[in-house]
Design a protein around this ligand. Structure first.
Ligand code: IVH
Length: 677
């Protein structure tokens, strides 16, 4: 054995120990010892060593979690001991009755000690260890046999590939629940929706779907976790005499158990545990659907035995469901403070997740289409954690014949302005802007803010009060305020009232970029407002600009151009601007550099495709500096098109219209010519 190999082998061993220690502290003790970056470095180094010396790789190496190739199907395996289910208690009385039955059967009057655990809402799994090494993972299936999903189970980061410590039986079957924590579920769904893919209905389905993947590399991306709650088959080894002690052993051996597990005596204490966990439910990182009570003493468990498919020594006390069915009565459209128009489901009231729900958000029209939702449909509502209730699916079989399609209104239900939805945007918006009552507050706060009209002393709180007292309703109405009205407000004296009036007077003398920014046009921030002001020089020119002309401005894309265009198409917005001017709001126009005498004066040019020597924006700047107007699309009026690599539809259009086209080389030669002229 070479010295190098020997040294690498020792280093790999110590890296593995360190990584396993970190995993244990992170997943089982919930007490991470090193930052993630350090952990990543250890893994990286181990991978490096194993790549250099493949003989060092062991099946339990932390690098081997996602080694296996996709398979065609899962094989079915029989459980050595059946995986049972639990009887359910729904009312407190059910639990009291259960405890009574237990004591009657045991023929004892004294109270029984129970181990209490949260009931995780995931997928039941059996995992097997031989000599401390993970050998197999099987789903519960029908309880008698399940599917062999060993390769997927190995990708679950908190399942140890090798048990820690000592004293574990030679053969050990551990049972527990694999679940997807809520945060991982939310982020998975967010990404799925962004990509236009189907989201999971709830974390349990997500866990099931992830474990059912034939390609373990997909499972590995899902951030699943396992929490263990019992042992199954055991050979060649001793286990302690109570359920709680067994769980403690599992923890010692590196398996995660639920930290909220408690041992209590008597039915009343069980009920207290139930109430306390129910209270914590919304704040937990994962979904639970109840608690489980298990007679703690294994001898007593044996004495009690089983009835049909459930033990007599355990019961699940269920929480109110987080998913329920109800009927969709109507869909209303609400306008948010930014103008976003959101459909809201009006439901037959239903008790779900511990509260009565009669409304649920539907996000946007895409979501309605994705769900294929109709008014009159029976829907599944989910309310988990503190999250607002969601419509997760439609029960298609229950759709009545008169179910109605849902359509978005064309005009804003608050102010009557057109609702516009730009191409590529999921959200529809009211175009009422400054005029729409739903958006007034935000519009006025923005209008008054420092980088906009900079009205000194007019903070957000004061805006709220002024609107509440109906002293203002639009930005223009600010200029009708009188000192006496303001002074009469709580905590406002004569002096501060006068100061505010003076600040309003001062704000009337503004600049074009500030005014454009103050209008609160979507996608038009401070920098864009400046660009627009410098490009067009006056508000009138900006107001009259076509979408093509807007798109030709540097950094203005089709979305911003669309928002600007639709803002100035709304008569309400134009009226507001007129009112502001009438109150004396003014600014100097910006003198545009004269193009006269420049070589490309009067020419309209378009740049498309990828250029090698500069970016498209740089090319446009160059052309503008030479006197040209850079446009966003090709038309018969286009003087010439500069087409770089991978030019597409614009090139085709230019050719079709017979517009002069320059490739990059020709363009650069032309530039020299123009610059020389
Ligand atoms: S004990 C014989 N403990 O609930 C007893 N089950 O309805 C076997 N579950 O399929 C189960 N959390 O997947 C037990 N702390 C817990 C549990 C739990 C969730 C699931 C389990 C089982 C179902 C029984």
């Amino acid at each position: 054995m070479s010295q190098d190999f020997q040294a690498a082998s020792e280093e790999a061993n110590s890296l593995r120990t360190a990584i396993e220690d970190h995993n244990y502290r992170y997943y089982v003790l919930d007490d991470p010892s090193v930052p993630d970056a350090e952990y990543d470095r250890l893994m990286q180094r181990l991978r490096q060593l194993e790549a250099q010396f493949p003989d060092l790789i062991t099946p339990e190496s932390p690098t081997q979690r996602v080694g296996a190739m996709p398979s065609d199907s899962f094989t079915t395996v029989e459980h050595r001991l059946p995986m049972l289910s639990l009887d359910n208690a729904f009312e407190e009385q059910d639990l009291v009755d259960f405890d009574r039955r237990v004591r009657d059967r045991l023929k004892r009057e004294e109270e029984v000690t129970y181990c209490c655990e949260p009931k995780l809402d995931g997928i039941a799994i059996s995992i097997w260890y031989e000599d401390g090494r993970l050998t197999r993972g099987v789903t519960r299936g029908d309880g008698a046999s399940g599917e062999d999903i060993t390769q997927n189970v190995k990708t679950v980061a908190n399942i140890p590939l090798k048990l820690r410590g000592e004293g574990y039986p030679k053969t050990l079957e551990v049972r527990g629940e694999i679940y997807l924590p809520r945060a991982a579920f939310d982020s998975f769904n967010k990404k799925a929706l962004e990509k236009g893919e189907k989201p999971f209905v709830n974390p349990r389905n997500a866990a099931a779907g992830s474990l059912r993947q034939l390609d373990p590399r997909i499972t590995a991306t899902r951030a699943l976790e396992m929490c263990c709650y019992s042992v199954g088959f055991v050979e060649d080894g001793e286990l302690p005499g109570s359920h709680r002690q067994i769980l403690e052993k599992l923890k010692e051996w590196g398996l995660k158990i639920n930290p909220l597990t408690e041992v209590v005596t008597g039915a009343e204490a069980c009920l207290e545990y139930y109430r306390s966990i129910l209270e914590q439910r919304d704040g937990l990182a994962y979904d639970i659907d109840g608690v489980v009570f298990k007679v703690n003493d294994l001898e007593l468990q044996q004495e009690l035995g089983f009835v049909s498919r459930a033990p007599r020594w355990a019961i699940a006390h269920k929480f109110p469901a987080q998913e329920e069915m109800t009927v969709l009565q109507a869909v209303d459209f609400q306008v948010g403070r930014t103008g976003a128009v959101t459909p809201v489901a009006r439901l037959n009231p239903v008790f779900v997740g511990g509260v009565t729900v009669s409304n649920a958000t539907l996000h946007n029209m895409d979501e309605i289409r994705r769900l294929d939702l109709h008014v009159g449909d029976t829907v599944v509502i989910r309310r988990a954690g503190d999250v607002i209730p969601q419509v997760v699916s439609v029960v298609k079989d229950k759709r009545p014949e008169n179910a109605a399609e849902i359509e978005r209104p064309g005009t804003c239900p608050v102010c009557g302005s057109d609702i516009v939805q730009l191409e590529g945007e999921a959200v529809a918006r009211c175009s009422g802007g400054l005029y729409c009552a739903a958006q007034q507050k935000e519009a006025i706060k923005h209008f008054a803010s420092r980088k906009a009209m900079d009205i000194d002393g007019l903070g957000d709180k004061l805006v709220d009060i002024l609107i509440e007292k109906e002293l203002i309703s639009t930005p223009a109405s600010l200029f009708t305020l009188r000192a006496a009205d303001i002074a009469a407000l709580e905590r406002m004296g004569q002096k501060s009232a006068e100061n505010l009036i003076a600040a309003l007077e001062k704000a009337k003398e503004t600049t074009l970029p500030r005014f454009i920014f103050a209008l609160g046009i979507r996608e038009v921030g401070e920098a864009t407002a400046k660009t627009l002001a410098n490009h067009f020089g006056s508000l009138d020119k900006l107001q009259q600009a076509s979408v093509e002309e807007l798109e030709a401005v540097q950094d203005i894309g089709p979305v911003s151009a669309g928002h600007i265009k639709s803002f100035f198409e709304q008569s309400h917005n134009l009226e507001t601007i007129e009112e502001l001017r009438a109150h004396g709001v003014q600014w100097p126009d910006i003198e545009l550099a004269s193009r006269e005498g420049l070589p490309l004066d009067g020419q309209s040019v378009v740049v498309t495709g990828t250029l090698e020597s500069m970016t498209r924006d740089e090319a446009k700047d160059l052309l503008v500096a030479l006197g040209a107007k850079a446009a966003g699309s090709v038309s018969a009026k286009t003087s010439f098109l500069v087409a770089g690599e991978k030019a597409g539809s614009k090139l085709a259009k230019a050719e079709q219209l017979g517009v002069q086209v320059y490739n990059e080389e020709q363009f650069l030669a032309k530039v020299k010519e123009w610059q020389g002229s």
